[in-house]
Design a protein around this ligand. Structure first.
Ligand SMILES: [Zn+2]
Length: 234
């Protein structure tokens, strides 16, 4: 944590005060490492004493400060700012649930991260470009795949908002037109603007635009009762 600038250190202290204990440092489990690569990750759980936050770092690596800060901002989002987390009512979480939660949070977190660490802009630009290349490849073999459609819709919304000068936006738009989802992309952007930064509505928009059922989900808050997702964005 001591590689973080003082503004981030005070966020760490606030999180620790709210939790009543220090943020734990843990090695990143192998299954996470296989799914996400060599990136740090944050784990937030609740128990009777309040939230428990663990920062998980791949063993043997020292990630750059902006990546640590990114994970701390995820914890701030949930623990200090009280952002809801989408969770299925029954069954185990699907990959899409994690992706929705992450992307909804990233809309706020990535601009904050870039504000403190300008080098994070190039990191995210490259990361999103890798995603785009993967989507272009997937579209060649299975252009009607609904998971691919959803991944592209989220990438479009996130990049257009957090990296407005992203040099690959044109290539992404070409793919969107080729897959015939330009109307969906524009409608999601419109619904997002109507959400006005309210996380519950942002999550609900993703659920509906991914053609998932809102009634299958609840939104969880740290130290509070689950609530139903709003059916529409008013
Ligand atoms: Zn993240």
């Amino acid at each position: 944590m001591n590689i973080l600038p003082s503004a981030m250190q005070s966020i760490v202290r606030e999180i620790e005060e709210r939790c009543g204990r220090a943020i734990g440092l843990r090695p990143l489990p192998d299954n996470f490492r296989m799914a996400m690569g060599d990136c740090p990750a944050i784990q937030i759980e609740g128990d009777y004493r309040g939230p428990l936050v663990n920062l998980m770092i791949p063993s043997g690596l020292t990630p750059p400060a902006h990546m640590i800060a990114h994970e701390i901002l995820h914890a701030k989002d949930v623990v200090l700012d009280g952002a809801p987390i989408l969770q299925r009512r029954t069954g185990s979480p699907a990959l899409v649930d994690t992706a929705i939660n992450n992307d909804a949070a990233h809309l706020g977190i990535i601009p904050q991260e870039i504000g403190v660490f300008p080098e994070a802009e190039a990191f995210w630009s490259n990361d999103f470009e890798r995603g785009l290349r993967d989507f272009v490849d997937r579209a060649k073999s299975d252009s009607r795949n609904s998971a691919l459609r959803n991944d592209i819709l989220r990438l479009r919304l996130v990049t257009s908002l957090v990296l407005p000068r992203w040099p690959h936006a044109g290539q992404l738009q070409d793919l969107i037109i080729k897959l015939n989802i330009a109307n969906d992309a524009a409608s999601l952007r419109f619904a997002h603007e109507k959400a006005g930064g309210r996380r519950l509505h942002i999550l609900s928009n993703f659920v509906r635009f991914h053609r998932l059922k809102p009634e299958d989900y609840v939104a969880l808050y740290v130290a509070s009762a689950p609530v139903r997702l709003p059916a529409h964005c008013d």
